[in-house]
Design a protein around this ligand. Structure first.
Ligand SMILES: [Zn+2]
Length: 59
């Protein structure tokens, strides 16, 4: 397991907007951070929101 693997996403707890975790600069997110929340910028809300860190379902 590497520190960061493609397939992580963050979901805005407010509006449900999903985007790649990589876009948030969370490249250092470790595998141990599975199921976690961070505070980040949501482009849809245009405000800071709690973002649920999730593993992207198999595409
Ligand atoms: Zn949002």
């Amino acid at each position: 397991m590497k520190g960061y693997a493609p397939g992580w996403q963050v979901r805005c707890c407010k509006c449900g907007h999903i985007r790649d975790a990589e876009e948030t600069g969370m490249v250092r997110l470790g595998a141990a951070s599975w199921k976690k929340y961070i505070i980040g910028w949501c482009p849809r809300c245009r405000w800071l929101r709690f973002l649920a860190v999730e593993k992207v379902p198999v595409r």
